[in-house]
Design a binder for this molecule. Structure first.
Ligand code: PLP
Length: 410
């Protein structure tokens, strides 16, 4: 698996109002190179602008969830947009962020960590905040930090399955009763105590946060502990062809209502941990069509590459055709994709909307792939290579993710 990095053009900023309504620099780069490997296109200014918008909208501290897209170029773009806090889930992510940003605040937000990971994070990388959802993890953290008194200990509260496209309930999280007991145990030795939850990824229902905060309020009252950190997690949604989330203000308003109902100490900090919402729009993938059979296109990337979520999870992504020769005169039609490996699971049902004259040799730019795209790639079957480019263009809204526009067929 290898990534060749090329920078085609990289101005520092997109004008705040996404101005040039053209994606010509990506299309021009593709037509100049005519690549037969997938091309990851990063628009750093889009990531920086998304981070800046989120930070302005959220009334607290914004931690970026590194797992969503750990590409150093993406992390640097987010830092350009104002991100200074990182949610790391592994020692690999802690090392990556520390290597790039010597003074960033790194928070270890995985409820189950290896002992050496806890030790290294605390002793070598200045990590002080750790998440836990069990008494066993609390004693691991105490052991491996030598009973440190300068910790922030944050209890992960479990959620009922609910509103999100990707349900995260069931794997992590303490029940309300357990969380109250853990909060009290943490308060006995920690410098700061907190509560966190994750409503599930791509959660389009703002009331999920309000309900989670109501439960958090019950836990805090039951524990009788003064909370220092209330962390409302990630899960903030972006638009896909079949999903138009409500505007971000409604999520912020639901969080504000939930927090108001909790009666928190004035000194309590509010945190969130978005991943998808900060990076989805910043990266696209250009694939080449290697064969067309009716409404199925055989493309050179798939579920073992950057398109994992288009497989079993059935995510749909906006698409733009880059014709190998001439201009497209086609009308929109629905296509499915086969990925390049020999595995029959390497299939993406979509449907993906493309002009009906798409043909072998053409390229397709697939949008909204900055979140949970490239980071899930494998080298299976010898197809791991991608080329990465940085594009300076601000693309127009993808045709089928414009709020209020009619839904794509299918
Ligand atoms: C994955 C994850 C996030 C980010 O979730 P998004 O849905 O991408 O916003 C935040 N916090 C934790 C603990 C996670 O596991």
């Amino acid at each position: 698996m290898s990534v060749a990095h090329t920078r085609i053009r990289s101005p520092r900023h997109c004008p705040a109002e996404a101005v040039p309504l053209s994606s010509s620099s990506v299309a021009a780069a593709i037509l100049a190179r005519r690549p037969d490997v997938p091309v990851l296109c990063l628009r750093p200014a889009v990531a920086a602008a998304a981070a800046d918008r989120f930070i302005r909208a959220f009334p607290g501290q914004v931690l970026y969830a590194v797992k969503c897209n750990p590409d150093p170029a993406v992390l640097r773009a987010l830092a350009d947009g104002g991100i200074r806090h990182f949610d790391a889930a592994s020692i690999g992510e802690v090392r990556l962020v520390r290597g790039l940003f010597p003074s960033a605040a790194i928070h270890f937000m995985h409820p189950v960590k290896s002992r050496p990971a806890i030790r290294e994070a605390y002793l070598r990388h200045g990590v002080r905040d750790f998440v836990l959802d069990s008494a066993a993890e609390l004693s691991k953290i105490a052991d491996e930090t030598g009973g440190a008194r300068d910790l922030g200990l944050i209890v992960r509260l479990g959620m009922a399955p609910g509103h999100a496209r990707l349900d995260l309930s069931g794997k992590f999280g303490a029940t309300a009763g357990e969380a109250a007991a853990l909060l009290r145990a943490c308060a006995a030795g920690a410098e700061r105590v907190g509560l966190c939850f994750h409503v599930g990824s791509q959660c389009c229902d703002p009331s999920a946060w309000e309900q989670a905060l109501a439960l958090a309020g019950d836990v805090v009252r039951q524990a009788g502990v003064a909370l220092d950190i209330m962390d409302v997690g990630g899960g903030f949604p972006v638009a896909y062809p079949d999903m138009r989330p409500p505007p971000p203000e409604l999520f912020m308003a639901a969080i504000a209502r939930g927090v108001a109902g909790m009666d928190l100490p004035r000194t309590c900090a509010l945190w969130c941990e978005p991943g998808r919402a900060l990076v989805a729009a910043a990266q696209s993938l250009v694939v080449q069509v290697q064969a067309r059979r009716g409404a199925m296109l055989y493309i050179n990337d798939g579920v073992y590459g950057c398109l994992s979520d288009a497989g079993a999870l059935g995510f749909r992504y906006p698409c733009r055709l880059i014709k190998a020769r001439g201009q497209s005169r086609g009308r929109p039609a629905a296509f499915g994709f086969f990925g390049p490996t020999c595995d029959s699971l390497d299939r993406m049902r979509g449907p993906f909307l493309l002009p009906d004259d798409v043909a072998e040799g053409d390229w397709i730019e697939i949008g909204q792939l900055g979140a949970y795209g490239a980071c899930l790639r494998t080298g299976f079957n010898g197809f791991g290579d991608v080329v990465a480019i940085e594009a300076g263009d601000c693309p127009p809204e993808w045709p089928d993710t414009v709020p209020g526009a009619p839904r794509a067929i299918g």
